[in-house]
Design a protein around this ligand. Structure first.
Ligand code: ADP
Ligand code: MG
Length: 277
């Protein structure tokens, strides 16, 4: 086999001198429609900087839609309509003149199905979003960033000697961690994760859960999960979404994770977190 293209020791120059800082996210009275159909009704939720928020609730209650609204991803669906505000550290990401690319840069996203660029090298996958930042990075800076982000994503040790291999050659769990590294390289202040472990084995799931807990110091995390143990393990705050028969989705209850699991106020929350529906 050819020798590895990239050295495994940390090079000299980080492309970003500053440490990443998590931002708060404040969703205010979010309503959403697909065509004539209303799928969210006045959903409000404050996500504190540096915390992990878990969005829980049955399928179809609008969790993914809500998550996508948090970084304007829903705008890719032509029939989608929105009312309400999303404030990133107090600034409305939907304000006139604010560009969608700014929201995408500040607020990263990881999907259920790992989606690295399959034929692109692991190294190039990590830095694929760098142009969003407007920073120019030389080779040493890129090397640094690749090692830093792969380390944060819990993947560095497994791939350090084969960074030139294609992203698609990795296992599912490794691919998802590569996607996390790719998001981190853009220096997001918030990271949205839509059921990031649903397609993964338990071992990969645990590695990603550990990563989430460590990342919260520098990026605010919002994670959709169907796994109640996972919500309990990784989150500081939980929000329980529900769409009652024919109704748009609402947040029934939200609060500190301990309280949501230990002392839920709404009987529907209690039923859901205890797996009764
Ligand atoms: P969850 O993530 O909680 O399962 P979603 O946000 O995916 O829920 O979906 C909420 C509702 O919006 C569902 O009824 C779903 O069918 C509908 N929906 C989601 N995406 C679209 C879309 N692109 N076009 C039309 N309806 C959609
Ligand atoms: Mg969903």
């Amino acid at each position: 086999p050819p020798p590895p293209m990239y050295a495994a020791t940390a090079p000299v120059a980080p492309p970003f001198a500053d440490r990443p800082q998590p931002a708060s996210l404040d969703a205010r009275a979010i309503s959403a429609w697909f065509g004539a159909r209303k799928v969210l009704d006045r959903v409000s939720l404050t996500m504190q900087a540096g915390e992990v928020t878990a969005l829980i609730g049955p399928s179809g209650c609008g969790k993914s839609t809500f998550l996508r609204i948090l970084n304007r991803m829903h705008e890719l669906v032509p029939s989608a309509q929105l009312a309400g505000e999303v404030l990133l550290d107090g600034q409305d990401i939907y304000a006139t003149g604010r560009r969608i690319t700014e929201a995408r840069r500040d607020i990263g996203m990881v999907f259920q199905k790992p989606n690295p660029f399959p034929t692109m090298s692991i190294y190039n996958n990590v830095i694929a979003g760098l142009k969003l930042t407007g920073k120019r990075a030389g080779r040493a800076e890129k090397d640094y960033l690749v090692e830093e982000c792969l380390t944060k994503a819990g993947l560095w040790r497994e791939v350090a000697d084969r960074l030139n291999q294609p992203g698609g050659a990795l296992s599912g769990g490794q691919q998802q961690r590569l996607c996390i590294a790719r998001s981190l390289a853009v220096r997001p202040r918030v990271l949205l994760m839509d059921e990031p472990c649903s397609a993964l084995d338990p071992t990969s799931t645990r590695v990603i859960e550990e990563t989430i807990s460590e990342l919260a110091a520098e990026v605010t995390i919002i994670i959709v999960t169907h796994n109640m143990q996972q919500a309990n393990r990784v989150s500081d705050q939980c929000a329980f979404f529900l769409a009652e028969q024919g109704q748009p989705g609402v947040i029934v209850e939200y609060g500190p994770t301990d309280a949501m699991f230990g002392d839920p106020q709404d009987p529907r929350t209690a039923d859901y977190v205890h797996g009764r529906f």
